[in-house]
Ligand binder design. Structure first.
Ligand code: SF4
Length: 395
């Protein structure tokens, strides 16, 4: 029996790790106390999601759980192996395709269970070959994910929550509220769907779509492990990167995990007031504390984290912002990814001029900070996360 990578359990960072005193005042849309409370609530949501549905999702069950479930239907344990083969290796979307099971058993299963996975609701395809998908789960909740081919490689971006509580000003998802955490299977199923649609192996994945992964830590780690497993998608751990807006307990917890997973932190400004305004969900974690946490992370893992920095005209692209960014990064092990902001319809925030991006690269590189300009893929197809979902909802 193949080992089910989902059986490896992780311990989520404790809310006790989070400081008690929130930062008061400011113009932010979400206050820090709300973030602490919702961080805990999100973990509870994740625990109950697996069991609260009317039907059991077979893709979420470990081998032992599947044997136990089949026992409740009066079926022998060996059926579990057959079903796992259909669900995990053959990725079938209906019980009728399980041709080595009797019709009676298939009927019993469709009464009591689902196969998990995703249903594609909408897609957009860019001239650069990128495909953005809106996919729905059994309960109708939908999220976005993206596949980006380049040469013989396939990069993907998947969501970890439906919606997000972090409220980042420049993000369509952050402006649309929170629905629920995704289960590990739902996170994994997005990547599996993209691989199947492109008909090729995924070479890298970033958990940078909708949601804050460290507000859904256990499910996120479980999904990453399954993507990494040869029994899952077989993606190398170094090519699986989790992206956080700077949840310090999550950064600390990731540094303790045995795998070589990558870490990206959305920085977007090293000026405290600007960052607090742009990213109200993490204003409780000061830049000083973030800097310390990243130092610990690099000392412990010896891995180079990435700082994501969306350049916004007149907000975080002036010389003072560049000075602050240099101070934050110089002398540390890191890579800075600059990207011109994806403009959202109706937003006053505009992308910086290319000359400012070049100026940032030049100065950061001059002090030894590895810096690249990330090209926005799929600029013609609602490149920013949350836009396809909003567009579909508006129809
Ligand atoms: S940028 Fe990420 S963390 Fe911020 S609101 Fe959007 S999805 Fe959430």
């Amino acid at each position: 029996m193949p080992e089910n990578p989902r059986t490896t359990k992780t311990k989520s960072p404790s809310a006790a790790d989070t400081p008690a005193a929130p930062v008061a005042g400011g113009i932010c849309a979400i206050d820090s106390e709300t973030v602490v409370a919702t961080y805990d609530a999100a973990k509870e949501d994740a625990k109950s999601a697996k069991t609260s549905r009317a039907k059991v999702n077979l893709a979420e069950l470990s081998h032992d759980e599947l044997v136990e479930f089949l026992g409740t239907l009066g079926e022998p344990a060996f059926r579990a192996k057959q079903i796992e083969d259909w669900v995990r290796s053959k990725n079938v979307r209906s019980f009728d395709e399980m041709t080595n099971l009797s019709k009676t058993l298939r009927a019993k299963l469709s009464e009591a269970a689902t196969l998990g996975g995703v249903t594609e609701v909408a897609r957009q395809e860019s001239v650069d070959g990128s495909r953005k998908y809106l996919v729905a789960f059994d309960d109708g909740t939908s999220v976005e994910c993206v596949g980006m081919p380049h040469g013989d490689k396939l990069s993907t971006c998947v969501s970890t929550q439906a919606g997000c509580r972090m409220g980042c000003l420049f993000c369509a998802t952050g402006q649309s509220g929170f629905t629920r955490n995704l289960t590990a299977d739902e996170i994994y199923a997005q990547a599996a769907h993209i691989a199947q649609d492109f008909g090729r192996r995924i070479t890298s994945v970033v958990l940078m779509g909708q949601g804050e992964p460290f507000a859904n830590y256990d499910a996120t780690l479980e999904a990453m492990r399954e993507m990494n497993s040869p029994k899952g998608l077989g993606i190398g751990a170094r090519h699986i990167t989790v992206s956080t807006c700077g949840i310090i307990p999550g950064i600390r917890a990731l540094s303790q995990e045995p795998e070589q997973f990558g870490l990206a932190v959305s920085l977007h400004s090293a000026v405290p007031e600007t960052r607090n305004t742009l990213m109200p969900g993490v204003k409780k974690y000061s830049l000083k504390r973030l800097h310390d946490a990243m130092k610990n992370y690099t000392e412990k893992t010896r891995r180079r984290p990435t700082y994501e920095y969306a350049m916004i005209r007149g907000i975080n692209d002036d010389d003072a912002s560049l000075d602050a960014l240099v101070d934050f990064c110089a002398g540390t092990l890191c890579h800075v990814n600059l990207i011109a902001l994806n403009h959202l319809p109706g937003s006053k925030l505009e992308p910086s001029d290319p000359a400012r991006l070049d100026a940032f690269v030049k100065r950061l590189s001059s002090v030894g900070v590895e810096t690249t300009i990330r090209q926005s893929r799929g600029a013609d197809i609602d490149a920013a996360c949350g836009q396809l979902k909003q567009r579909k909802a508006a129809k």
